[in-house]
Design a protein around this ligand. Structure first.
Ligand code: ATP
Ligand code: MG
Length: 205
């Protein structure tokens, strides 16, 4: 790199650092965040699980609440279930016990199952010792009218100040987006499935 180029790069980095430093200085509020991971691309659940791992690693009490149980046994569920091998003792998990909702086609049964999981999870939203709750695939519960969005919004608003919550799933409703502090949309640019590559253990589940 020429001296002139290096100098220009250096000045640009200095300006960038100044902007970042100012932003860091302005971010002084200490509170939990509500994160929504939505969109049609691959990476929503795995992103939430990554954050869960991060929080668990710090020894925080966490919860994983899964609204749609897959047809396959997920690797992450198997991992967490076996406490002897995972060594994870600071996580509680609740899973809806029906299969994929769009397979069962039994509205009342699925609604009941969704409500049961929600009722189990509700005390966590009142527990200041619970640092992170992941509600995986929860957006569909609103789409199919299994859960009342107003009730969930109200519980989220009244949760302990330092509690973090993540909701994943496609098509997040506006109410969740409005309330969230961080919203990420995963956009599909390519997916192996569309090139005929079979779903595989360890990647898809
Ligand atoms: P992941 O669990 O891999 O992070 P996700 O939570 O973003 O995926 P979901 O909509 O919950 O995605 O779908 C779960 C399954 O569908 C995964 O096996 C994923 O690989 C697959 N999938 C996600 N997006 C696409 C897509 N655009 N086309 C085809 N399959 C997809
Ligand atoms: Mg998912």
């Amino acid at each position: 790199m020429s001296t002139e180029k290096a100098q220009r790069h250096n000045e640009r980095m200095k300006r960038h650092k100044k902007v970042v430093d100012e932003k860091i200085e302005q971010a002084t509020i200490e509170q939990g965040v509500f994160i929504v991971i939505t969109g049609n691309g691959k990476g929503k659940t795995t992103s939430a699980l990554g954050t869960l791992l991060r929080s668990l690693g710090h020894g925080h009490q966490c919860a994983l609440v899964q609204f749609i149980k897959g047809q396959w046994d997920c690797g992450e569920t198997a991992f967490f279930k076996n406490k002897d091998t995972s060594g994870v003792n600071n996580l509680v998990t609740y899973t809806m016990d029906t299969g994929f909702t769009w397979n069962t086609q039994d509205f009342e049964k699925d609604k009941q199952a969704a409500e049961d999981v929600w009722k189990q999870a509700l005390p966590l939203l009142n527990d200041p010792d619970c640092k992170l709750i992941v509600f995986d695939e929860m957006t569909y519960m609103f789409k199919y009218k299994y859960l009342d969005i107003d009730e969930v919004i109200s519980a989220l608003k009244n949760r302990p100040k330092h509690q973090n919550v993540i909701i994943t799933g496609r098509g997040a409703p506006e109410e969740l987006i409005d309330l969230a502090d961080t919203v990420s949309e995963v956009r599909p640019i390519k997916h192996a499935f569309n090139q005929g590559i079979k779903a595989q253990e360890g990647i898809e589940w």
